[in-house]
Design a binder for this molecule. Structure first.
Ligand code: ATP
Ligand code: MG
Length: 466
């Protein structure tokens, strides 16, 4: 009844008006037995969204990365839906629906369940900018794009063939406009259309190519790879916030080490982030730095692959740690006291990064917290350990400290001590404190140090000096 009513209202302007002829060809229809998508991997909310739209008389499909991941047998981290209903009409069909964006509107439909709320992003088929005109800057970059189109046009605008498949959960059919399924079988990442033209339109696609190749383990098709070395410099024109987001996605892809190697072999890393230059330029003195970063990235990849969260602040704190250590050490050897030397080094390290892409404030404060906690792990007497354990970011600081132990930069016994301390009951904690007191290498509290002797110009930390 309600559905009928809604249908009637919506039928007044049911679908998008096509501004271009659909000259993009018919899609291949791939039945269930060929694509083998497991319906259990689908989000119930995504199904609800496509179902509601279809009930109201529209076309609606799960699209993009979700279909790619489903076809790979991976559970997608989020679901996008594409439809021929305009954003206004989509919004009217759902309780919790918000219009997002000004230039190109999409609808966020939110579902509240047991865990985190799930947002399904619903976008209207977009037109193909074939007669580019004033939509395109001199370099070929798209400036304005707000015209709705047909499904075929929508498919042609997407980046890679494997990202341009549409899945209808009710018929369990995949619509494939650009041979995405065949490329999946060939394990090939192929740009739709003329790759050089597509990179000029949006240089970020070069970074996406590297990220998806790393994530899927697919090879970049030759024609897709070839123009990147030449066109990489176009990334300089991309607004830094967008570039930062894309680098973050790359580092958080679960395959960050592979992706960083991919950047390097595509000739893309220079000038993206000073810290990437640092990691990728295997200079003479960067071997230890590389070891730490490699381990940190492997650790991040492992966490992400096993579904655990990783904070960007933590990740950047690890990537910049080798630089920070160098600055810290330089400061203490100039005679600065340990803690002020650390804080000064933190400022320097962060300032150097700003020359390329600014690390956003919210990550910066996380990084500072994690870093400034590090010397405190070496004080295992009095009230210090109890205070440290209560700090809100203790867990991140502790994980970070364990990484330092794993590379041998910090004495691994300290890591083991903390692991035991966290797990111990109060009596056990007292025992551990007593044992730490007797150990060499445990930094005495400043109060005791003042009474006993004048402070020496200490090394940054017991391991950092080596
Ligand atoms: P993931 O979310 O796993 O990182 P994804 O493929 O879903 O990968 P999104 O950035 O969420 O990536 O984009 C969703 C879809 O939108 C893509 O699959 C692709 O079809 C299209 N798309 C996104 N960015 C671009 C772009 N810069 N150029 C062309 N198409 C794009
Ligand atoms: Mg996505």
């Amino acid at each position: 009844m309600i559905t009928k009513f809604i249908k009637r209202i919506l039928r007044r302007d049911p679908m998008v008006k096509h501004t271009h002829a659909n000259n993009t060809g018919a899609p291949k229809r791939i039945p269930k037995k060929a694509h083998r998508i497991d319906p259990h991997l689908l989000s119930k909310n995504a199904i609800k969204v496509t179902h509601t739209l279809q009930q109201a008389g529209y076309e609606a499909f799960i699209v993009g990365g979700a279909v790619r991941d489903l076809a790979l047998g991976i559970s997608p981290k989020d679901f996008d839906v594409a439809t021929n209903a305009t954003p206004d009409h989509v919004q009217r069909l759902f309780h919790k629906a918000r219009l997002i964006g000004r230039r190109f509107q999409i609808v966020h439909v939110t579902f509240f369940g047991k865990g985190h709320p799930e947002i399904i992003e619903v976008s209207t088929f977009r037109a193909l900018l074939d007669n580019a005109g004033d939509h395109v800057a001199e370099s070929g970059r798209i400036l304005r794009d707000n015209v709705w189109g047909s499904q075929g046009e929508d498919a042609a605008r997407r980046d890679f063939t494997i990202n341009a498949m549409y899945y209808d959960p009710s018929s369990e059919t995949v619509l494939d406009y650009h041979g995405g399924m065949a490329d999946m079988q060939k394990k090939t990442l192929r740009m739709i259309g003329d790759p050089a033209k597509r990179y000029r339109e949006d240089p970020v696609r070069m970074l996406r190519a590297v990220r998806f190749a790393a994530k899927t383990g697919f090879a970049l098709d030759n024609a897709t790879r070839a123009p990147i070395a030449q066109l990489g410099k176009l990334l300089n024109d991309v607004p830094s916030a967008r570039l930062f987001d894309e680098i973050l996605k790359l580092l958080m892809s679960g395959y960050s080490w592979r992706a960083i190697q991919g950047l390097k072999s595509a000739g893309l890393h220079h000038g993206l982030l000073p810290l990437l230059d640092h990691i990728l330029d295997e200079g003479k003195d960067s071997k230890d730095a590389n070891e730490f970063v490699k381990l940190a990235l492997a650790n991040t990849d492992q966490r992400i692959q096993s579904g655990k969260s990783v904070s960007a602040g933590f990740l950047f704190a690890t990537l910049l740690w080798p630089d920070l250590l160098k600055n810290w050490k330089a400061n203490t050897s100039k005679g600065m006291a340990n803690i002020p030397a650390l804080h000064d080094a933190m400022d320097d390290t962060i300032a150097t990064q700003s020359s390329g892409m600014t690390i956003q404030r919210r990550f910066e404060s996380d990084m500072r917290e994690i870093w400034s906690m590090q010397p405190r792990f070496e004080r295992r007497v009095g009230r210090y350990p109890y205070r440290l354990i209560e700090s809100p970011r203790f867990r991140a600081g502790y994980d970070f400290m364990l990484l330092r132990c794993a590379t041998g930069e910090l004495n691994p016994a300290i890591g083991q001590w903390w692991t035991a301390f966290i797990a111990a009951d109060p009596a056990g904690q007292d025992e551990l404190m007593a044992s730490a007191k007797n150990e060499t290498g445990n930094t005495p509290s400043p109060a005791k140090r003042r009474r006993r002797r004048k402070p020496k110009s200490a090394a940054p930390s017991e391991g950092a000096a080596s």
